[in-house]
Write a protein of this length. Structure first.
Length: 263
């Protein structure tokens, strides 16, 4: 058993505090940017796909904006609509916390489609690349969640349980680390195995990510406390479970589309 005593602030200069969570976002974006370029150079930098490194650099800006807007609005709509309906100005207070992965995903998909239309690029190619690099950010993000002592797991008596004193003194599952392992490391290895296969079919990593993340997230929700302001629907399903189930359905739709169309 471990008692959580980690400080969410790495450096505090008084006028500026550098938090692990911020570094997780920044690190995930920059490493994902680097890996995305490697994927393009190896797989998609040719006349057929018309995807240049310059286009990808511009795409990163679109992705950052999409993550912020989608993640914030997703949290507002999916997790705390009644609060923000009464205090709409608080929506812009991102620094106070409150981001949704599923909202960010929707934002990224919409942003990618708009960008691909403007640049005349196959949107599924961009989404495949995003799928392959996203687990990097997910891994760092869940580690940062653990350091922050947030999104805690359910109470348990397992030997590797963690006490989060800012929550209570009950030993709990380190569900953040479970998610870092599943949605981060394992999903990363699977997706990057497929993307670098010789006869790769465009769209494959997109549906693998949707289905794989959805399944892994539903599994992790078994060990994770539901959001206090929502709880369980029908005393069974957390909001994360419901949204992840919709992800799996979306992945199956992409799978069906890719099989019917030679992309």
């Amino acid at each position: 058993m471990y008692t959580h005593n980690l400080d969410p602030i790495l450096f505090d200069f008084g006028f500026l505090a550098i938090r692990w969570y911020s570094l997780a976002y920044i690190g995930g974006i920059f490493i994902g940017w680097w890996l995305g370029k490697k994927i393009i150079t190896r797989k998609f930098q040719n006349e057929r796909h018309q995807l240049s490194l310059k286009n990808f650099d511009d795409f990163i800006t679109c992705i950052i904006i999409s993550i912020i807007i989608g993640g914030r609005l997703g949290y507002v709509v999916f997790y705390n609509l009644s609060y923000y309906a009464s205090k709409p100005l608080d929506i812009i207070k991102i620094w106070e916390g409150g981001m949704s992965f599923h909202g960010a995903l929707i934002g990224v998909i919409i942003g990618t489609f708009l960008f691909s239309i403007q640049r005349k690029i196959n949107s599924l190619i961009l989404l495949d690349i995003v799928a392959c690099v996203s687990p990097i950010g997910l891994f760092f993000g869940r580690i940062a969640n653990f350091i922050n002592g947030e999104l805690v797991g359910k109470t348990t008596n397992i030997p590797w349980s963690v006490i989060f004193p800012l929550v209570d003194m009950s030993p709990r599952h380190p569900s953040q680390l479970y998610e870092a392992l599943g949605e981060g490391l394992i999903l990363f290895l699977v997706l990057n195995f497929f993307i670098f296969k010789k006869n790769y079919k465009i769209g494959t990593c997109s549906y693998i990510f949707m289905i794989g993340y959805g399944m892994l997230r539903i599994f992790s929700e078994i060990f994770r406390e539901p959001d206090a302001q929502i709880g369980y629907f029908l005393n069974l399903f957390s909001m994360g479970t419901i949204l992840s189930f919709l992800m799996i359905l979306s992945g199956l739709i992409i799978f069906n589309f890719s099989k019917k169309n030679e992309i």
